[in-house]
Design a protein around this ligand. Sequence first.
Ligand code: TRP
Ligand code: ZN
Length: 886
Amino acid sequence: MTEQQAPNVIYLADYQPPTHWIDETHLDVDIKPNATRVTARLKIRPNEARGEQTLVLDGENLDTRRVCWNDRALAPADYTIEGSQLILTGISEPGWLTTEVVIDPENNTALEGLYRSRTMYCTQCEAEGFRKITWYLDRPDVMSVFTTRIEADKTTCPVLLSNGNLVEAGEVGSGRHFAAWHDPHKKPSYLFALVAGELACVRDAYTTASGRKVAIEVFVEPKDLDKCDHAIDSLKRAMRWDETVYGREYDLDIYMIVAVDDFNMGAMENKGLNIFNTSCVLANPKTTTDVGFQRVEAVVAHEYFHNWSGNRVTCRDWFQLSLKEGFTVYRDAQFSADMNSATVKRIEDVNLLRTAQFKEDAGPLAHPVRPPSFIEISNFYTLTVYEKGAEVVRMLATLLGPEDFRRATDLYFERHDGQAVTCDDFVQAMEDVSGRDFTQFKLWYSQAGTPEVAVAAHYDENAQQYRLRFSQSCPPTPEADTKAPFHIPVRIALLGDAGQLPLQLKGHTPDDLPADNTEMMLELTEAEQEFTFTGVKEAPVPSLLRGFSAPVNLRYEYTEAELVRLLTGDTDLFNRWSASQELAVSAVKGALQTFDAEHDFAGAITPGDAWVAALAANLEHPELDPAVMAYMLQLPSVSYLHDRLPQADILALHKIREALVAALGRALAVPLSAKLKAYDISQPYAVNAEAVAQRSLSNTALLMLARAGDAEALAQAVRRYQGANNMTDQLAALKAIVAAHPEPVVQAHLNAFYAQWADEALVVNQWLTLQASRDVPQALDDVQALTEHACFSWTNPNKVRALVAGFASQNPGQFHRADGRGYHWLADVIIRLNQANPQLASRLVTPLAQWRKFGERGALMREALARINGQPLSKDVYEVVAKALA
Ligand code: TRP
Ligand code: ZN
């Protein structure tokens, strides 16, 4: 940021209610290439509580043609336009403000506001994109009733959509037509949407619990009509689930979804007119993996659930973003858990949290779930606000129990329906229903950083007492050096030889305890706390933080034997997986010592016999969910290993991990081969939990055995690639081939795959990522060459993410090349995208921001960051780079 001055910082502490309200918003959008005219008629009313006569509207890149107050055109002297503000004075009475502006969607590459994507015009207004469409009070606490008239060319834009219900449509001559939409629900501007273009539609319907019929319409490019069914089924399941679990019904007669190829995020919950990234809505067995199917189901549900948690009850200001995102992620996670395997969903979420969110919380971009300040709000759609925010809601649900939690959400929705509220209002409902004081709990919203909970155990055989001592602390983060203790729910059980032991807490009578008293929730509120259990007849193995009951780093010095007991015998399946990860971490730690001593580690790696035996026993267990088993076999990511073993060099960790995968594949060859053979690739494809689980385990076995050099698996990979009847198997086989076959075979298969799928953009994205994540010396050259490939485009975020983030985040061996070329290439990409698409560019900075954790290599990362910092930067990139360098 050399040429501009540092941008403004916005503080939560400065919040003031708006000076004026906008009761009605009438938009007239006249779409013409490079000159779309937007006329806005706003019914303005001063906010008595503020008593302010000056009205300041937000606007960006607007070519203003006309400003009228009560239909009287204002002379330029009667208003001022200063940068991104339109200032009117003397607005002390209600009245109508009319503005007319011209905008250029064709040249909007930031994909915010109104822009063009392939065959359509579409909008993205969250968080502050509406101001790129017209002058407005573009803040979520200003809620208005919207009526939108769209006019456009009939042949290029046969479909014209906006929020709410269609009220009028017709011809206007000269080959043009119009449609008028009215949304009866008040909403903030960030939920506004408009779509115009050439789109095909799949129609369906849903009948709500109270018997109202809702039309469902999914709009896609004609070539994608065969990929809509799964989204529609998912939507109906989500609607039913929200009725059953939260007692909430849909509130309009129509629910529309539009699929857009150029989109900065996953999807957007615009009222009655969701807009989706194609990657989060289109699904077909031929082109979509099981993971893709589950993602579509989850994102469709997420956006639907926002209709209550976000739209009906919205955020007062953007600092409260987690009010809607944390709660909605919690809701979609519970939904996915109910639709599929609950344990698998929990493992996936915790994996993401522990690898990526904990990293964010420990680095220079750490911020509380409710940030106290920001420069650019788009930078705060983070893992912390979304995933940690969901964990915070989950802890409240755990502390209240299911009945009280439901009563509390009922109270919250009823109390605040139609309002823009804060995280405090949400917690208040929890307090009012339960009678509990959550003052301390709310530190989860204001303190950043991942708490560390160290546990020490002592068994007194004579007294038959078992004592657990918990110490919690939290590392410093940019907003605070010292932290007050958190309120942490810790679910535990004690495993004895024959199963879980009954729990009797010293100082409590048996009446205090639940009927099934072999599991308990302990509440930590102090820096140091001790719990003593009486009547403990044997030295137990503690099963701690069951189901990951709080987003903390738990530290307990388990022996290998104890971890193996948990891995094979814990009734909490999540903790069995967690034990497998712990065993992997200690195996890597052991190998690291050999590495230091001999500089030759690959040959020396042997996974511990007890660990191998435990995994083998699990593999042969008839009742263990194969999908959970697949996760038990997968080693933690290099990124997670680096967090756990921070002194180690990242490339050493990567090499050890690779060697360990192969070694495990060899040690488990017999049971893994059995799993491989047990799966018949010609069986008809179905996406249900059981079939998905089978494929997951079989394909995990395939990859491990191929990496172990197993001849039968290598042959099976080629057969599976050729015989696959679905993308899950085909792509898994391709990955195994790419990982383990000689280069000519790899190239032949990569070429064949592209030839087969060149017309399917979402499949091509997978192909790009697969090449970007190859651990071969030429990977970066390949990636650079792929940016010139016919399929690649710098203006499509999915393509950029597939290739660039695929390389920077999924290829530790090559991104961290000793010569620093990986870092500098990423910096070049960020500089290139900085002005064109600031949101996309800013997200790509993440891998470099961790430079302090990388020892000598970190200096090269820092250099790359400094080079970015030497450019004139967008607010988005400026904020993250400045924080990373600070
Ligand atoms: N609210 C969207 C969600 O449910 C997030 C989102 C979509 C978004 N598009 C965006 C956020 C663009 C910022 C900018 O997750
Ligand atoms: Zn959301």
